[in-house]
Design a protein around this ligand. Sequence first.
Ligand SMILES: [Zn+2]
Length: 316
Amino acid sequence: MVPSPAQLELDRRRRARVLSHVEALSAARGRVLSWAEIDAGLEIDGRRVRIANRPRGIFRPQGAGFVGALSVKTSVPRRGRRAWYDDEIKSADGLFAYRYRGTNPQDSDNILVRTCFTLRLPLLYLLGVAPAQYMPFICKVVDDFPAQLTFMLAPVVAADVADSSVLKSAAIRPPMLDRRYAVRWATQRLHQSRFRERVLTAYGGGCTVCHLRHRGLLDAAHIIPDREEGGDPVVPNGLSLCKLHHAAYDQQMIGITPDYEVRVSPALLLERDGPVLEHGLKNMHRARLRLPKDPGDLPDRNRLDRRWQAVAWRSA
Ligand SMILES: [Zn+2]
């Protein structure tokens, strides 16, 4: 069904409101939004308009005057099978590949995305980077491949704004000049977030040195840095460390032996200061790491040894 000019105009106006709201929110939140922030939606013309729906990938708010999909999303589940695969980002082309819902190209949800393609309506791609955490991208649908059951989405860039009345009235100033850069950035962010989630989960959400269990104060530290050989973002190359022990490990104030024992530098052991130095650092000397239960998640002894061999005071 072809929408009337009035229907299309209403869609464009409300779509611009939604995109401008999400863009402002995402800029204020460092480009990652929680599900709660997305789920709050926004008020338009005196009614609450939702942006996405938890169980659905493709979403158009009910009875709010939208003719095409408003958002598509991929989620990272808390446990179990991944919902999202690396091959869905075509970083070389600067495109996201978004799978159809099911296998029927004429499914009503797939038609909603196709409507955005034919009417050139931008939509939101909510890319799951961690459980209940999403990176929003304002995208245009640039291709539709029914044989592959896939839409191709491109993050909008500055040059797209002049061609789109929705983007113009939303006053969107795309943060990225180049869509290849935008997609590469998304891929990196996604890998970092996944690495963090996997490592923290493997360690039961606690620091392996001091057992602090406050997720907001924990990092997934690399044993071998990611720019070096062997520095892969895999759990055996990770350690769940609190901010203090992560920084102390990186600055060689503490070391970790391949036998899963903490060593504090001789210089630090001689220092005198307040309780954080005493309890937080010096007391950790010769502490045993608290390790993941799953043997496949244990920190790799070869990598720990490589890192330990590089510690200047090791033989002291
Ligand atoms: Zn700690």
